[in-house]
Ligand binder design. Structure first.
Ligand code: A2P
Length: 300
C-alpha cells in the first residue's frame, strides 16, 4: 500500500470497527495486526522545514496529567517475509493541557526517520495510532511544594511545557513560572513564542485560573547559532548569572524556593542535572517527589 494512503486506510478500518458491537472481535487477519487505538488529525501547522505541530481528537476515556507523554505513530511497512504490519510508535509529550478537548503534539521532521519522515505528511482527517497509556515524570506530583517553577527546554523539549503552562495548577501552586527555551535558530522558537503569547491573552484560562495569572509567567528564549536578542546556551547563562540578572531574581537558585523541570537532548539534561544538583536540588519522581525532574525530549 502506498505510504501516503496509509492514514485513509486506517481511517476506513477503524470506522468500520467502531460500527461493530464491542464484544464481537473481527476475524484476525494475519496480514495485519490487532487493530490499534486511533485518533483523527484535526489541525496541522508547519513551523520550519524541521518542525511541525498537530492536533487530534481525544479519546473520551483518555485521562492524563499535564506534562505526560503517550506513544503515537502510524502502521509500519509490511514485513518482507511475513507481510505483517506492525505499528511504528514513538513517545510524544502531550503538548495540550488535560482540560483540552483535543490533543496537541509538537514534532521534529527527520527526512530519513522511520516515523517522522511519514508523520510530517499527515493532514486533517487522517488517523494516527495513539496508545492511551500516559506516563512521565514532568508532572506536578513529582515535585515538592515551592515558590518558583522553572521549565527548562531545548528544541522539541518545549512540548510538555506547552501543556503545563496551560494548566491551572501551575499557577495555583507557584508564585512565579519561568519557561526557558534554547534553540539553534530564531524560527525554531516560534511555536513557543506564539504559545506564550496566546496563553497571556487567553480569556478561558484567565477565567479558570484568575485574572492576572499570566503576570506570573516569564518567558526566556535564547538562540545559539543565529543572532537574536538573547544568545547563548541556557546552561552558560545560568552559570554566569545572566538569567538571574535579566529576570531580576536575586540570590540564584535555592532548594527552599526553586523547583525545576528539564526536557531536552541527553547532553543538555545531564548538564542541567549537574547545575541543579550543584545548587542542592534533588531529582524527584512520582514515587518520591523532590526539587527537580528530568525527561529526554524523545523525538529528536
Ligand atoms: P548549540 O547550538 O550550542 O549546540 P540540538 O538541536 O542539537 O538538539 O540543540 C538544541 C539547542 O540546545 C541548541 O541551541 C544547542 O546549542 C543547545 N544545547 C545542546 N546541547 C546542550 C547542552 N549540553 N547544554 C546546553 N544547551 C545545549
Amino acid at each position: 500500500m502506498p505510504e501516503d494512503q496509509m492514514p485513509e486506510a486506517l481511517a476506513a478500518a477503524s470506522s468500520s470497527l467502531a460500527d461493530l458491537p464491542r464484544l464481537v472481535a473481527p476475524a484476525p487477519d494475519p496480514a495485519t495486526i490487532d487493530w490499534p487505538d486511533t485518533v483523527t488529525v484535526t489541525h496541522v501547522a508547519h513551523w520550519t522545514d524541521r518542525l511541525f505541530s498537530f492536533r487530534t481528537t481525544r479519546p473520551r476515556s483518555l485521562r492524563f496529567r499535564s506534562g505526560e507523554f503517550v506513544m503515537i505513530g502510524l502502521m509500519g511497512e509490511p514485513d518482507p517475509q511475513t507481510g505483517k504490519r506492525r505499528p511504528l510508535l514513538r513517545a510524544y509529550s502531550i503538548a495540550s493541557p488535560d482540560w483540552d478537548d483535543e490533543l496537541e503534539f509538537y514534532s521534529i521532521k527527520v527526512q530519513d526517520g522511520p516515523l517522522t519522515s511519514r508523520l510530517q505528511h499527515i493532514r486533517p482527517g487522517d488517523e494516527i495510532i495513539l496508545k492511551p497509556k500516559p506516563v512521565g515524570t514532568l508532572v506536578h506530583d513529582a515535585l515538592l511544594p515551592g515558590k518558583r517553577l522553572w521549565f527548562f527546554a531545548t528544541g522539541t523539549g518545549i512540548a510538555p511545557y506547552a501543556s503545563l503552562i496551560r494548566e491551572p495548577q501551575t499557577y495555583h501552586d507557584y508564585d512565579q513560572v519561568i519557561l526557558t527555551h534554547t534553540c539553534r535558530e530564531v524560527a525554531e522558537l516560534e511555536y513557543g513564542r506564539r504559545l506564550v503569547d496566546e496563553v497571556r491573552r487567553d480569556e478561558v484560562l484567565a477565567e479558570l485560573i484568575g485574572e492576572g495569572f499570566a503576570d506570573k509567567l516569564l518567558y526566556y528564549p535564547t538562540t545559539t547559532r543565529e543572532e537574536s536578542p538573547r544568545m547563548g546556551r541556557i546552561t552558560t547563562l545560568l552559570e554566569d548569572g545572566t538569567v538571574f540578572r535579566d529576570l531580576g531574581i536575586e540570590g540564584g537558585l535555592s532548594r527552599e524556593t526553586d523547583r525545576a523541570m528539564v526536557c531536552g537532548s541527553l547532553p543538555f539534561n545531564l548538564d542541567m542535572k549537574a547545575f541543579l544538583e550543584g545548587h542542592g536540588l534533588r531529582e524527584g519522581a512520582n514515587s518520591e517527589p523532590a526539587e527537580y525532574v528530568v525527561e529526554k525530549a524523545f523525538v529528536g
